[in-house]
Structure formats: structure tokens, C-alpha cells
Ligand binder design. Structure first.
Ligand SMILES: [Zn+2]
Ligand SMILES: [Zn+2]
Length: 437
């Protein structure tokens, strides 16, 4: 059995002199922050149900003198600290766990089980590491409160629900995040990273994460006996053609210089060998960076589905039904390029060049994007904080082994390294933006 709680003390020793002060303050907070982390890790809550987690963040912020409002956009919380004239800076942590049964075998692993609204019994796990996000959020709140004399401005710290459903940011904004509370000039967040070593900070100027759309296609057919296909319209053959033609959307219709993904992740039809069914159902994930590519892909899916149905001789009233789930759409994340470069250069001065590295964009999604998209004047940045224990990372590289990704039941970040690095990096950036002139 491996030990989960290690690493933070070792990291602190390697910090350059410039970061000693803040790093030292973080170090003092670590035992108490790790107690919060262990609690959050052992008690994960699914999207829209983050009541206990939100309560912990709210209570911590209240103790520090923040003005806290709960139930913003469902279970979201907003903690505001007004500290004189200056910019408004938003710092966000997401709070939801996933319907994943933890299999790390570690001390402190989640044993929580729930029955979802859909009636599925499942384990619940912070398999995306949002427990590290919440814990570092508490760390930032404490350090900002303790250093009030050094900054001037308004700090808006939010605990966001339902990131995994692509819904929480939208719901908080719809519930008046930017009208009932001070609207930020800057928005900051981090995400733990499962593909690089613990304690490293990754940044991506410009597009960092993708537009994510979920699309359902109901392909209608005319069912009948498998031995008399001429009396039917086979939806399996038609849906197969649709799947094949969809491949040309990316390979033939999208510029090779633009990024796009069309994946058919689910294909269901039929019940028996000798029956031609009367429908097939497809589920797709569709990803892109720009709005233009996104609408081309979505329009193209509808066009191809209809075109193939016409080619198969389907009557007008049996055209495929294509639905895009607007509630689970996550817009692409765009890190304001000049702001990102400026913050990265600043982080390098405290963490050193080898701990702050530029990362390529990925096709995953993050609804943090919405906080920056709301207004073009908001400068927004989400950084990665590496979570793979260094020894584990080195061994996997040597053996050519794939590391567990985020959302894996085996994802076990070096939590102290992630939390201490993220707390320090987010606090340093926030204080820099609100430094007393
Ligand atoms: Zn996730
Ligand atoms: Zn996540």
C-alpha cells in the first residue's frame, strides 16, 4: 500500500529564495489543509449535490472575514473580501466528484456509494481532483486574509458546482454572479494534471481546452424479418453509413490546421439475430476550439445524417432526429495570451524555469471558460498543476507504461504537492494583480 500524504516538505526545500516567504506561509498551513483534503477526498459529492463540500468552503471563508453567499447557481458559493480600491480578481474552485468507484487501494480512499437520479448505484470519487482544487482554494483564502495589508482591491472567491456536467459555471452566471457580486477584471483557476510530475505548473496561452458538445442521433428505419430485407429499411446499415461519412467531417471538411474531433462513442440497435430493428441510436462527442469549426461540425452532422437517410430511400417523415444537448455544452477555454505569458513569466521568478512549463492545448473541456467568455475585457487563466508522484512518473516513463488519466479510478495525485503548489501559485498571482502601488 502506498502512502498518499507525502511530498510537500520535500518540495519546500527546493524553493528558490524569492518564494521563501509565501512558500513558508503555505508550509505552515499544510497540516491543516491536508486535514481538509482528507475529509473532502473521503466524502465526494456528485454534480449538483455538493452541499457538504460547499458548506466547508463557506465556513472557512466566513471565519476569515469574507462575506459569503450560498446557493448561487444551485450549490455554488461566493465569498467576497473588499479591501480598498483596485481590481476585482475572481478565484474559482470546482467542487464535484464523479460516479467512479475508487480503486487506488490507498488509505483514505473514498468508500462513498450512491444511487444516481437515473437509478444507477455507483461509487463516488474525486477522480478529477476537485478535492485538491477546493483545498487550495481554502489555502488561498487564508493567505489572502493574512496578507491583507499587502494588497488592495476586491477578491471574489467562488466554489462552483457541477463542472463535470458542464453546467455549474453557466448556472452561477445565470444566477447573477456578475450582477449581484463585483464583476472581475481577472479570473484565475487551476486544474490538477495527471500527465506530468507533481509540483510542476503548466500554462497554455490561447486555446487550452476544447468546445465540448454531446450529440444524439436517432436513426429511424422500417423493421421486419431478417430474412426479407427487401421489405424493410435497415437502420443498422443506415446508421453505419452515417458513422462512416461522419469521419469525413474532420478529415475532408476541416482545415488540417484546425483542431476537431467527432467520436461516435455509443451505437445501439436491435435485439435479435433475425429481426431488422426499426431504429438505431448513436451518441457522439464533438470537440473543437473555434466557434466557426464548432458550428461547421454540428451543421455537418445534421446534413450527413439527413443526406444518408435520403440516399437510403427513407421517407420524409422518417428522417434521423439529431439533438444537441445545449445543457451539457462546454465552451472552449481561452487563456488570454498576453496575460498568460505575463503570469507565467512572474511564476518563473518564484518557482524557477524548470517548474513552470508551457503545455500544448488538449481536447478535454472545462467550463471555467465561461467566466472569461462573459466579457471580452476579463483576462482569464487556468493553469495545470502536475500531480503525478515523481517516482511514479519516472518509473512509468522508463517502463513505457501509460499513467492513469483524470477520471480514472486509479488516479492518486500527490495531494500535498498539488495543494501546496497551487495555493502558492494562485496566491502569488492574485497578490501580484492587487499589489499595493
Ligand atoms: Zn473532470
Ligand atoms: Zn476537473
Amino acid at each position: 500500500m502506498r502512502i498518499l500524504w507525502m511530498g510537500a516538505a520535500a518540495l519546500a526545500l527546493t524553493l528558490p529564495a524569492a518564494a521563501q516567504t509565501l512558500g513558508g506561509e503555505v508550509e505552515k498551513q499544510m497540516p491543516s489543509l491536508m486535514a481538509i483534503y482528507k475529509d473532502l477526498h473521503a466524502n465526494p459529492e456528485l454534480s449538483f449535490m455538493e452541499v457538504r463540500s460547499a458548506g466547508i468552503l463557506a465556513a472557512e471563508a466566513r471565519k476569515l472575514g469574507f462575506k459569503v453567499t450560498e446557493k448561487v447557481g444551485g450549490t455554488g458559493i461566493v465569498a467576497v473580501m473588499e479591501n480598498g480600491p483596485g481590481p476585482v480578481v475572481l478565484v474559482r474552485a470546482d467542487m464535484d466528484g464523479l460516479p467512479v468507484t475508487e480503486q487506488t487501494g490507498l488509505v483514505g480512499a473514498s468508500k462513498v456509494r450512491v444511487t444516481t437520479k437515473e437509478g444507477v448505484e455507483t461509487g463516488v470519487m474525486h477522480a478529477c481532483g476537485h478535492d485538491t482544487h477546493m483545498t487550495a482554494w481554502v489555502g488561498v483564502a487564508r493567505l489572502m486574509a493574512a496578507n491583507k495589508a499587502k494588497w488592495s482591491g476586491t477578491l471574489v472567491m467562488i466554489g462552483q458546482p457541477a463542472e463535470e456536467r458542464g453546467a455549474g459555471a453557466r448556472m452561477m452566471l445565470a444566477d447573477g454572479l456578475y450582477t449581484r457580486f463585483p464583476k472581475p477584471q481577472y479570473a484565475l483557476a487551476f486544474h490538477d494534471a495527471a500527465q506530468f510530475p507533481a509540483g510542476k505548473i503548466g500554462y497554455t496561452p490561447g486555446y487550452a481546452l476544447a468546445n465540448v458538445d454531446s450529440v444524439d442521433i436517432l436513426v429511424k428505419g422500417l423493421g421486419g424479418h431478417g430474412a426479407y430485407p427487401q421489405t424493410t429499411k435497415d437502420p443498422i446499415v443506415l446508421a453505419s453509413r452515417i458513422v462512416t461519412t461522419l469521419q469525413t467531417l474532420v478529415s475532408r471538411e476541416t482545415s488540417p490546421l484546425d483542431s476537431a474531433v467527432v467520436t461516435v462513442g455509443s451505437f445501439h440497435a436491435g435485439a435479435k439475430h433475425n429481426i431488422i430493428s426499426d431504429e438505431a441510436r448513436l451518441q457522439l462527442t464533438v470537440r473543437s476550439y473555434t466557434d466557426e469549426v464548432r458550428s461547421h461540425l454540428l451543421d455537418g452532422i445534421a446534413r450527413i445524417a439527413k443526406g444518408e437517410a435520403i440516399a437510403a430511400g427513407m421517407p420524409e417523415d422518417k428522417m434521423p432526429v439529431v439533438s444537441v444537448d445545449k445543457n451539457e455544452y462546454t465552451p472552449s477555454t481561452f487563456n488570454t495570451p498576453d496575460f498568460t505569458e505575463e503570469m507565467a513569466a512572474f511564476l518563473k521568478t518564484s518557482f524557477g524555469d524548470d517548474r513552470v512549463v508551457q503545455m500544448p492545448p488538449v481536447m478535454g473541456g472545462e467550463d471555467f471558460s465561461r467566466f472569461g467568455r462573459e466579457d471580452k475585457n476579463i483576462k482569464s487563466l487556468i493553469v495545470w498543476v502536475g500531480g503525478v508522484p515523481q517516482a511514479e512518473y519516472d518509473a512509468a516513463k522508463k517502463e513505457g507504461r501509460t499513467l492513469p488519466s483524470l477520471h480514472s479510478p486509479f488516479w492518486a495525485p500527490d495531494a500535498p504537492a498539488v495543494i501546496s503548489t497551487a495555493t502558492e501559485a494562485l496566491t502569488a498571482m492574485t497578490m501580484k494583480l492587487m499589489a499595493k502601488k
